[in-house]
Design a protein around this ligand. Sequence first.
Ligand SMILES: NC(=O)c1ccc[n+]([C@@H]2O[C@H](COP(=O)([O-])OP(=O)(O)OC[C@H]3O[C@@H](n4cnc5c(N)ncnc54)[C@H](O)[C@@H]3O)[C@@H](O)[C@H]2O)c1
Length: 267
Amino acid sequence: MPRIAVIGAGLMGHGIAQVFALAGHDVSIYDSVATNLDSAKDRIRGNLRDLGDDQSAVDRVRATADLADAVREADYVVEAVLEDLPLKQELFGEIERHVRPQTILASNTSVIPITKIMEGLRGHTSGYAVPQYIVDAPGGGGKIPVSPNYLLSMSDHKIILRNYEGYVTSYEEPTDYLPSDAAKFKGEKRPEPGQTGVSGLLEGNQMFIKPEGFDETHDRHGIQHRLKDEKKWQPLGIGSGAPRAETRSVSETAPDGQASELLDAKE
Ligand SMILES: NC(=O)c1ccc[n+]([C@@H]2O[C@H](COP(=O)([O-])OP(=O)(O)OC[C@H]3O[C@@H](n4cnc5c(N)ncnc54)[C@H](O)[C@@H]3O)[C@@H](O)[C@H]2O)c1
């Protein structure tokens, strides 16, 4: 039976918890205001009594003042906090740090577009149903829409993308594309050693730039992300990756991780 977490124990939140508990689910409920949290179970019990429903259902509801504790084991998290976009966005940003990747996140919003609330989460847990042209960022930066807001720079064989968090990654073009002089990188190089920035990505010195705390935020409870497996990403011209001068077919350089497996099998 899926475990439920309800965030916000107000008018809607305690009612949502009640319905799930009555259906037999274990429910955790969290609220940032102690008095609202403390009264939630009494309100649910009162509702069940008034409706003539089984009052023991309230025993399946666990109130907690710790958000991480509320969502950690949940299969389905639904928020019912105030109708405030920044509040909901910030809340889901925090929830995302504690839930498992497959947990369903839902909102009880009245009028805020759901895509606005979830915008910051897109790319890491939304699967393949993203209605945009996207690429999987090498190194586990999630899916990045290939559109002007996310495209930092490009050379004749490589593009530099940034996701909404500031994770910057390089993406190598297949070698049999025709290079275009119009797309040469014209940015400034940084003079300090070790501070090559975007130009360093273009030159192949490194493959991505991660914002501070990125690995902690995206730790998957010890589970290996398929795009963080170094065997999957031997980038062209970086480290032990073969230099660009070597000719490879498009399929061998495909950015979905399949290509490296192909190479591994050959080697
Ligand atoms: N009331 C309705 O008829 C109704 C109907 C449909 C949808 N909604 C939507 O449901 C949501 C909740 O509405 P409501 O009427 O239950 O509001 P409410 O004011 O009764 O409850 C909101 C609860 O959220 C809590 N809260 C605020 N910030 C929080 C945070 N950061 N973390 C955890 N809890 C926090 C508050 O302490 C409060 O208990 C809103 O988005 C609203 O638009 C309401």
